[in-house]
Design a protein around this ligand. Structure first.
Ligand SMILES: Cc1cc2nc3c(=O)[nH]c(=O)nc-3n(C[C@H](O)[C@H](O)[C@H](O)COP(=O)(O)OP(=O)(O)OC[C@H]3O[C@@H](n4cnc5c(N)ncnc54)[C@H](O)[C@@H]3O)c2cc1C
Length: 435
């Protein structure tokens, strides 16, 4: 049996472990606990993703719905519902999901990992040493970037200061507000636990020394009418501060023949998107098939590595460009360093490319089938450069190639009514205009 060891029991590490168990592979997870209590906002889509990954215990009682208030570019509105995820409770639930699936979990801190083509040696705090044939790096932003992975791509250096305290119980609420030097996210849970998170630009923020940071944050809240109204001027009991980097980071190499990086360890996005857990799940859900291929179909190793690498990169740059466009919508301080840098990073390429049916290409690309990576003919569009294999069970490549010289009615004749509707909708969205 090949020993697979996963470092980190966050959403990414847990999702990979459960996926590997479903493929019948035995796996061991080694993880420390997060050192601070955070609250994070996620969408309904993320809750569904977590549920379908098998993380039911993690979700039980961990998410409270909240209507998010937004103050951006001088306008205020109540945006969509977000779900406030209590991370300590969520993280405990992730471990219950691992236990329930029969995954071995070692609680401990990883000090060093030394890797060769023959395997990995993992040294834990307390002297224990583990051997792994295959390593899954899922230690989030704390995963070291140096070594096999080379230098990482980094967005504008960004710092988030999180304050947490016990306030007055009340209605669950959350809000985001743009400020001249950054943005702030505020939330209150029904039991009165309050969170205020200020995100600033490292290069231009004029922050005091560590000893004065807590008072600095408190003073900024006192001076903000919005924060005063949001927290109802209640006393801040047991006030705590945690500072962490929130710079967007893309690892240069996400996969080797006997290791893979998933979640924030592969790519960490700007927290403004509120999509960190979503992206960490994306790379984690595809990883079990990649690992399965590397272990059991080594002749397809290059294809499997390409599959993981391309998807991680594609997601990173798409998030980065979407984030850039959102920052650019804030026009109150166009010359403020925070906004100027972020509304221009990473480049000026559009987040989504214009559709053009004539530009569709058919080519061979890695896809997932039955828990393995294999090559298939896919349709590459300007906006989906990695290609689309099938929609609702209908393979697109043969269909698109026939449409180039056959009438649509003839090509779509064999499809069910529902498939026909979906495929017609997709063709129209790609600029196909025969009807
Ligand atoms: C300021 C900020 C705000 C955010 N807000 C949101 C939000 O509102 N919504 C959202 O969706 N995402 C948010 N995120 C992102 C979200 O936290 C991450 O994307 C997500 O948790 C990544 O999951 P992961 O499993 O890759 O890593 P993590 O959740 O970080 O899990 C890593 C695990 O590895 C363990 N670990 C680390 N080092 C070691 C070690 N040496 N030894 C053993 N174990 C170790 C950790 O204890 C942890 O359990 C935010 C991020 C930041 C920085």
């Amino acid at each position: 049996m090949t020993d697979i060891v996963i470092l980190g029991a966050g959403p990414a590490g847990a999702a990979v472990a459960l996926g590997l168990r479903r493929l019948g592979l035995s796996v061991c997870v080694v993880s420390d606990w997060r050192r601070f209590a955070a609250l994070e906002g996620v969408s309904q889509r993320v809750l569904e993703g977590l549920r379908s990954a098998g993380l039911q215990h993690a979700l039980a009682n961990a998410a409270e719905p909240s209507q998010r208030q937004v103050a951006w570019n001088g306008e205020q509105h109540a945006r969509n519902i977000e779900f406030l995820l209590d991370r300590p409770r969520f993280d405990r639930g992730l471990r219950e999901d691992l236990h329930a699936a029969g995954v071995t979990l070692i609680e401990g801190r990883v000090l060093t990992v030394s890797s060769t083509d023959a395997g990995h040696t993992i040294a834990l705090d307390g002297g224990q040493c583990l051997r792994a044939d295959f390593l899954v790096e899922a230690r989030g932003r704390q995963a070291p970037q140096a070594g096999t992975a080379g230098r990482a791509v980094r967005g504008p250096e960004t710092l988030s200061l999180l304050n947490r305290w016990q306030g007055q119980p009340g209605k669950t609420a959350s809000a985001v507000q743009s400020l001249e030097d950054g943005w702030v996210w505020m939330a209150r849970q029904a039991d009165g636990r309050c969170y205020w998170q200020l995100t600033v630009d490292v290069a231009s923020a004029r922050l005091p020394g560590k000893a004065q940071l807590l008072e600095y944050c408190r003073e900024r809240r006192r001076q903000s009418k919005w924060a005063q109204a949001f927290f109802q001027r209640a006393a801040e009991t047991d006030l705590q501060l945690h500072a962490r980097s929130s710079t967007a980071v893309l690892s240069q190499q996400a996969c080797g023949d006997n290791w893979i990086r998933v979640g924030d360890a592969a790519m960490a996005v700007d927290p403004l998107s509120g999509n960190g857990i979503f992206q960490s799940l994306s790379s984690a859900l595809q990883a079990p098939a990649v690992i399965n291929t590397l272990l059991h179909q080594p002749q397809r190793a290059a294809l499997a590595r390409q599959f993981h690498q391309q998807r991680v990169e594609q997601l990173f740059w798409r998030f980065a460009r979407t984030g850039r466009d959102f920052y650019a919508q804030e026009q109150q301080w166009p010359n403020g360093p925070f906004w100027q840098v972020r509304s221009g990073w990473p480049d000026s390429e559009p987040a989504h490319k214009t559709v053009d049916f004539a530009a569709l290409k058919i080519q061979s690309a890695p896809v997932l089938r039955d828990g393995l990576v294999e090559a298939a003919q896919v349709v590459v569009t300007p906006d989906q450069p990695l290609g689309i294999w099938h929609i609702q069970g209908v393979e697109l490549a043969p269909l698109v190639s026939r449409l180039r010289h056959e009438p649509a009615q003839q090509v779509l004749a064999g499809l069910s009514e529902e498939q026909g509707r979906t495929i017609r909708g997709w063709l129209l969205s790609q600029g196909y205009r025969p009807w």
